[in-house]
Design a protein around this ligand. Structure first.
Ligand code: CP
Length: 338
């Protein structure tokens, strides 16, 4: 698929070759993300950042990625600060905002809302998370991270063994990641959750149909014993009917130093889309693992900027021009001074 001019709404849009192309573009973005060089290739372009639901890393990472390519960002955050609360429809909002922007990144609490918005938009729209449905750019950065982590161990993504743990019913990052893994060979996935928060049946069926070996279980210890990656997720409290119901599941599966040391193979990579819930009754990924070199959570967030730069460069068709608009970095760069 040529991404030029395309909205990115679902991982279903991608084939394996698209992913490989995108990741090689992401590799090219490294000197710019590290501020070793500056590119102004998107000078004059405006990205509309429309986050109608809380976000720290997706919103800022999309914004930073656009800025690093030389573009500007205009943003609104929270439904309460937009005219959606006055009854304006998503299509009307899309028609208006796409007049101000060259590309839009959007998050919204309802599944399908970003696609509805994109259908009325005059510019490409990138899904930054739509309810419990999908979070495609997170899955892309997760897979990019998996590829890099396994490369360091002399492996590729084919043959991957991964355990996904936690709220697999409402967790949109794992929904998109499971779809993405269908593109690879000889993958095995342990889906570890309370029965009530299991991965939706249709997604499990899609994975099995694509050849993925899937184990659905509520037993953590045996599921993390023979995998390359443990991918922990937070209980998505905001999707539950009540906080009390979410409380029933918080803290059910805890990955900490003791559990990791006892049950995981040495060098098992530890991932989480973040935010992790660090409150005392949750701690699904304990900070006592923070000094473990296999903890990849902050490499994931750094990689998110590269992958999102690659998406912007591909959609706005400037991949071949990035190096033509290069400037030197005139200011002190703390990243390069050790
Ligand atoms: N991973 C992720 O979507 O984080 P934010 O909610 O902070 O954007």
């Amino acid at each position: 698929m040529n991404l030029k001019g395309s909205s990115i709404l679902s991982i279903n849009q991608f084939e394996r070759g698209d992913i490989e192309n995108l990741f090689r573009i992401a590799d090219q973005m490294e000197p710019f993300a590290q501020r070793k060089k500056i590119t102004r290739v998107l000078e004059g372009a405006i990205m509309g950042s429309m986050f109608f639901e809380p976000s720290t890393r997706t919103r800022i990472s999309f914004g930073s990625a656009f800025n690093l390519l030389g573009g500007d960002v205009r943003e609104t955050t929270g439904l309460e600060n937009s005219s959606l609360v006055k009854g304006e429809s998503l299509p009307d909002t899309a028609r208006v905002l796409s007049g101000f922007s060259d590309i839009i990144c959007m998050r919204h609490p309802e599944a399908g809302s970003v696609a509805e918005f994109a259908a009325a938009s005059r510019v490409p729209v990138v899904n930054g998370g739509d309810g419990n449905n999908e979070h495609p750019s997170q899955a892309l950065l997760d897979l990019y991270t998996i590829e890099k982590e396994l490369q360091g161990r002399g492996r590729g993504v084919d043959g991957l063994r991964i355990a996904m743990i936690g709220d697999l019913k409402y967790g949109r990052t794992v929904h998109s990641l499971c779809k993405l893994l269908r593109l690879f060979n000889e993958v095995s996935v342990h889906l570890v959750s309370p029965k009530e928060l299991a991965m939706p049946d249709e997604l499990v069926e899609e994975m099995r149909e694509s050849g993925i070996q899937v184990v659905v279980t509520d037993i953590l210890e045996e599921s993390i014993a023979h995998v390359d990656i443990v991918y922990s997720t937070r209980i998505q409290e905001e999707r539950f009917p009540s906080k009390q119901e979410a409380d029933l599941y918080r803290g059910r599966f805890r990955l900490n130093k003791a559990v990791y040391t006892q049950f995981c193979e040495p060098n098992t990579v530890i991932m989480h889309p973040l935010p992790r819930d660090s409150r005392g009754d949750a701690k699904e990924l304990d900070s006592d693992l923070d000094d473990n070199p296999n903890l990849a959570i902050f490499r994931q967030t750094d990689n998110g900027v590269l992958v999102r730069m690659a998406l912007f460069a591909a959609i706005l068709d400037v991949v071949h021009l990035v190096d033509k608009y290069v400037e030197q970095v005139p200011w002190h760069n703390p990243r390069l001074s050790g």
